[in-house]
Structure formats: C-alpha cells, structure tokens
Design a protein around this ligand. Structure first.
Ligand SMILES: Cc1cc2nc3c(=O)[nH]c(=O)nc-3n(C[C@H](O)[C@H](O)[C@H](O)COP(=O)(O)OP(=O)(O)OC[C@H]3O[C@@H](n4cnc5c(N)ncnc54)[C@H](O)[C@@H]3O)c2cc1C
Length: 503
C-alpha cells in the first residue's frame, strides 16, 4: 500500500480556528524553546508594496524561469546549457520541497519521500533521474530503484497508524473490506504522470471518489480511512477528489504484489533539487527575486523582477519564459493568462519541525499516521530513523493540511504560532507516551498558503500538453497534475522542451 497520511466530517474553517488555536502554554510556565516562523505570505505582499521601489537596469536572456520549486528547477536543469536565468521569490529554492538546517541537522519543510518507479512511467523524468545517477533498473523487482540505499526506509519501520489510542500497522488496517478494495484496485494499472493515463480510465476524472466508494457499498469507517490517505497526499478528502485521483493513488505502483522501495532523505525531496542544482551554473539562479509582472511583447516577454534584498526592481527581456510559480499569482503578474487556471482550488499546509537532542525520542517508526477528529492534523515523521553518522539532534516533522478557505486561520498561526505548536505537542506526546515539551530545543513552523492544488473532478488532464500563452509555457503541479515530485518534474521538463521546439 502507498505510504499514507485523511476525510472527516466537514467542519467550516471558521469553526476550526478556535479548535486548533485554542491551546496555549500552561499558565505560569515559561516557554523553553524558540519558535521560528517562515511564511510565504510576505512574498506575495512584495508584489504590491514594490510599486514604489526604484527601477535599476535591464537583463537580456533567452529563457527566464519563474519559480524555483521542483518544476522550475527541472526546467532549469533541461535548459542548463542555454542563456537561462531562474528567479525564485523565496530566499532558498525548493518551494513545497524545501529544506532547513539547524546546527548539524537538515530536515524537510514539505515533501519528504518518493517511491521506486515502474517502467511504464514517463521516460522524460526517468531520463533525468538516470542522467543524475539517482535511479537504476532492478531486474528482479522490475522497478527503477534508488542508487543511494542510505535513504531507503526498511519496510519494518516504515509506518504505523494511531486512531483513538489504538495502534495498527497502517491506515487501512486489514479485514474483508480491505481485501475487497485491494482486489478492486488490482483491476487498474496507471502510469505517472497522469497525462499518460489511458483513454479507458479518463471518465473516472469526472466522478467523485466518495460517490464511487459509496456506490460500491464501502462502510463509513473505511471511507474515512481512505479519505485520510487522500487528504494526506492529494490535499482533499474522498468527497473532494476525483475517482481518477483516488484510484491512481492505489494503482500507480505494484503495491499489492510487492514492497515498493521508499526513499526519504533527511532533507526530503530537496534531495532531488540539490542533485539537479549541482549541474546548473550557480550564476543562473537568483533567489529573493519576485517576478511581479510579465508583459507579452511582439517577440519577447518583459518581466519586472523585485530584488527583495535591495528593495529595487529591474527589467528582464526574455525570448521565452517558463512560469513555474503558483498560478493564483497570475491574477496580478500576467492577468491575461489567469483564466487558464482560475478553477484551481488550493489548500494550505503548515509543517512543524521539532528539533530534539539525539536519543530523546523513544520511537523507531518513520511515518506515524494519526487519525483524530481534528481533520487537519495528519501525524508526523520521525527523522531519527533516517540520520546516519554522528548528528547531535533529530527532528519530528508534523503535518497539517487545512481547508482551502483557512486564510484567516493562517494569519493567526503566523501571528501567534505558539497555540498550534502546543496543540501539536499535545498530540505527539499522547502518541509517544512521553512529554515532548520537555525535550524540544527549537521549533520551525513553515506556513504555505497555496501549497497544493486539489485534484477535484475535472481537474486532472485539463491540458492535453503544456499550457502555453504567447511565449510563456506553464509548469508546476497546479497545471492539471497530481501534487507529487514526478508530476512537478515532468511538467518542468516538458515546458523546457516545448519552448526549445518553438525556437
Ligand atoms: C506539506 C507537503 C508535503 C508534501 N509531500 C510530498 C511528498 O512526500 N512527496 C511528493 O512527491 N510530493 C509531496 N508534496 C507535493 C509537492 O508539492 C510536489 O512534489 C512539488 O514539490 C511541487 O513543486 P512545484 O514546483 O510544482 O511547486 P512549488 O513547490 O509550489 O514551487 C513554486 C515556487 O515558485 C515560487 N514562486 C511563486 N510565485 C513566484 C513569483 N512571482 N516569482 C518568483 N518565484 C515565485 C515559489 O516561491 C515556489 O518556490 C508535498 C506538498 C506539501 C505542501
């Protein structure tokens, strides 16, 4: 079964705010650890506040790439021998696959794993991964497995699920209903990226997954468990995602026949970014650089780039552009192309990293799923099982996926992160059966407003190929794709290839 993480009673996001943020530090006790908050909201604000900034200079490039997440970096990797410049709004690359450092530990601030790839997967990404010596064909498993075995998680410590104080091996558990579900899923075999999904499955894209499960007679509790996994990976419950997204989750790898190798480097999926970066000339990347405007001219695009380090603006004349930033920003950056993506629904995620001294946590399991009545909380990953060598610290990474309209709540989290941090400490302490607060050294809260597009009915396969508007090609998981590494990388590679073929 794919590694997991859920669909509960729909609670309005306004009702969630007091529920989630109602906990505070016990009165009279001083907080012993600092909390560092990193939110991408400030970046968006720069687009507006920069209007008064001084204008300085003009840069000419053949290719400009907007956004340094997996998609943008993949495009930059493909265009590395060209006259290319990548602009990333944040101070570091990675987007929802970024990583953080503290003392001698590195840890993921978002995407944290991937699984071995079947041969039926899109060759474009497999070629990149092979070129980078990241994967190799394994004749016996018939999968492209990871060359670096240090990061592979052994199946015995892979996963455990907590629900109402009870522990079981994984989210779905066992029993006749699971057997019936697995037998149904074994009828499908779907490739990644979803653009390669065969015609015979495409009608599933217009059905709601919960409706399909209910029509097949699955119990409410079973749908709840499947819903947890949907929320954990697709950002929406069974009642929100399409049947294609739901079935794809269980049938895109041979989970039912064998253990599929899972890789979880300490730095999460930043691992892939780092490997691509090592091949891209350093001077071709500019961080803290927000693209605030893209104007289409006769034979080029004119970009306005806000340099967040010097509070100034410069212009970039680019023959071609890969736009790999989140698409909701297009409303301001390139309004004429916004209609392509205006139906996208995004959910916010908050990732909380607890740094503790090595050996302080008594848990051997990597992925700890927690199904609580609080729908947004999705459990935690335990890095102590990943780190090799003599590191002095280890990290617990907790995940929250909030409803799409939880904007006000995010502002509250940003202003007063202690409430959500203490709530999380309470949840994790209950699971670990130890007082987490007493061993925490530092907490990192990463707030991502438009973190993940939800694959609602009709969302996937929206574009036959790469969406293009004048000389701008669009990439990223929010171009009608599932929110995973493989899709992001494929979108960036294809956008680069599309532009090259247009020259
Ligand atoms: C908490 C979380 C956990 C996840 N876990 C996994 C996982 O374990 N495995 C997996 O495969 N996938 C996971 N995902 C999905 C993950 O989102 C994708 O794998 C992938 O990282 C998305 O990459 P992207 O490039 O499409 O978008 P993003 O990562 O969102 O990158 C977009 C980038 O564009 C930049 N940008 C936006 N606007 C501008 C602008 N105007 N100017 C300049 N820059 C701009 C942003 O700052 C950002 O860096 C997870 C996602 C989240 C949120």
């Amino acid at each position: 079964m794919p590694i997991s993480r859920r669909n509960f009673i729909r609670v309005s996001s306004a009702a969630l705010i007091p529920l989630l943020l109602g906990i505070t530090r016990p009165r009279g006790r001083k907080r012993k650890f600092p909390i560092q908050v990193d939110s991408n909201r400030a970046i968006g604000h720069l687009i507006f506040s920069s209007q008064q900034f001084p204008h300085k200079g003009l840069l000419d490039v053949d290719y400009a790439i907007v956004g340094g997440g997996v998609a943008g970096v993949s495009a930059a990797y493909k265009l590395r021998n060209e006259n290319v410049m990548l602009f990333e709004a944040g101070p570091v690359l990675g987007g929802s696959s970024s990583c953080q450092e503290y003392k001698d530990v590195r840890f993921s601030q978002g995407a944290h794993y991937d699984l071995a790839y079947p041969q039926t997967y899109g060759q474009e990404v497999l070629n990149v991964l092979r070129e980078l010596n990241l994967v190799d064909w394994n004749k016996s498993s018939k999968l492209y497995e990871f060359v670096d075995k240090n990061h592979v998680i052994p199946s015995e410590i892979l996963e455990r699920c907590w629900q109402a104080g009870e522990l079981r091996g994984d989210v779905l558990g066992g029993g006749q209903e699971v057997d019936r579900f697995e037998s149904w899923m074994s009828e499908y075999s779907m490739p990644m990226p979803t653009r390669l999904v065969g015609e015979e499955y495409r009608a599933l894209n217009y059905l709601n997954f919960a409706d399909l499960l209910q029509s097949k007679g699955y119990s409410q509790e079973f749908v709840r468990r499947v819903g947890y996994q949907m929320l954990d990976d697709w950002g929406g419950g069974c009642d929100e995602v399409s049947a294609l997204a739901g079935i794809h989750y269980y049938s895109c790898r041979p989970y039912l026949e064998k253990d599929v190798e899972l890789i979880a480097p300490v730095e999460g999926n930043y691992y892939f970014i780092q490997r691509m970066m090592s091949k891209i000339p350093y001077g071709n990347i500019r961080t803290s650089s927000v693209v605030s405007r893209i104007e289409s001219k006769k034979d080029h695009s004119l970009l306005s780039v806000v340099d967040a380090k010097t509070n100034s603006i410069y212009a970039v004349r680019a023959k071609n552009v890969v736009y790999a930033g989140q698409k909701h920003v297009l409303k301001y950056v390139m309004p004429e192309s916004y209609s392509l993506f205006q139906d996208n629904v995004y959910v916010p995620w908050v990732v909380i990293n607890f740094v503790v001294k090595r050996g302080a946590i008594k848990s051997e399991i990597w992925q700890n799923d927690m199904i609580r009545t609080d729908r947004s909380f999705l459990g935690f990953a335990n890095s102590s099982v990943l780190s090799s060598g003599e590191v002095t610290h280890e990290v617990l990474t907790a995940y929250f996926c909030f409803p799409s309209d939880f904007r006000e709540g995010l502002i509250e989290v940003e202003k007063a992160p202690g409430s959500l941090v203490y709530k999380t400490i309470e949840y994790l302490s209950e699971y670990l059966k130890q007082d987490l607060e007493s061993v925490v050294e530092k907490v990192f809260v990463k707030i991502m407003g438009h973190a993940m597009p939800v694959p609602k009915p009709g969302y996937l396969l929206r574009f036959d190929s790469v969406p293009v508007h004048s000389c701008v090609a669009f990439a990223g998981v929010d171009t009608g794709r599932l929110p995973v590494f493989y899709e992001a990388c494929d979108s960036g590679v294809l956008a680069a290839d599309t532009l090259k073929s247009m020259v």
